[in-house]
Design a protein around this ligand. Sequence first.
Ligand SMILES: [Zn+2]
Ligand SMILES: [Zn+2]
Length: 334
Amino acid sequence: MRAMLLDRNADVGTGPLRLHDVPMPEPGPGQVRVRVRICGVCRTDLHIVEGDLPPAKRPVIPGHETVGIVERAGRGVRAVKEGDRVGIAWLQNTCRACEFCRSGRENLCERPTFSGYHVDGGYAEYALASEAYVYPLPPVFSDEEAAPLLCAGIIGYRALRLSGVKPGQRLGMYGFGASAHVTIQVARHWGCSVYVCSLREAHRALARELGAVWVGGATDHPPDKLHGAIVFAPAGEIVIPALRALDRGGTVALAGIHMTQIPAIDYDRDLFGERTIRSVTANTKQDGMDLLREAAAIPIRSHTQRFKLEEANQALQALKAGRVKGAAVLAVAP
Ligand SMILES: [Zn+2]
Ligand SMILES: [Zn+2]
């Protein structure tokens, strides 16, 4: 099968992913093989390719927003069957034995495996998934619309919940890429007023189009105090203006898997008043099910920019340069 392989970390500008013909993977017990149609391109893929995350498998096929059709089921698989359309997300499997797995917090599992990182992902014609972590996809979404929901959507949804913002309240968003453009649609559905800070005019324009009540530059100060905020940008310095925009008791949720260093925080000015900073780490299966159900009811419309499988480097370059409006996807077998 054709796959885009990463042998070693390099700046994405050098085109480190290379097209190879590799053996088709065989599903083990409890696994399914999915014929990939579309795979979303996530900022985490960029962090994996460029080595911001420590290498876990080499070579590796990236991709963790995979949409396709179950083509073969391994022994003992019951939850899905051949011919089902499913999504494969970042969390590929968990140990099911640690304290976190046993308390419904498998996103914090001590021995998790992630798609496109510990195991091969969806930048390929076929991908394996664990039965326990595949998502049936609501028919209201096309393959291309569904892909960005699988990471950008689910993680943004978890971040929205962890920001503590309730329906009708004021939410700040810092950075407006794939995840934010899905999350704003959920927040607007909740009746929230959304304030968006972004570096790029194209992203600010999309935020306005999607109903932001106020839009400003990356570190501009929103005109109203926020009940909560989500930092999507991987830039630690953004945490300070986000904290300052909060009302007392508010929370800043950090949605990224990687972030540059956060500068020193002035306790009296920026944190006192029971303001909270919290990170967002992967997601539970339940988060994924909840997001997909709510996204279908709204329904969320993802804006996508399409690339071919062999253009994965170009897709990542566009993402890095902030040239993607909405989410980039690879059309593998559309
Ligand atoms: Zn575990
Ligand atoms: Zn992701």
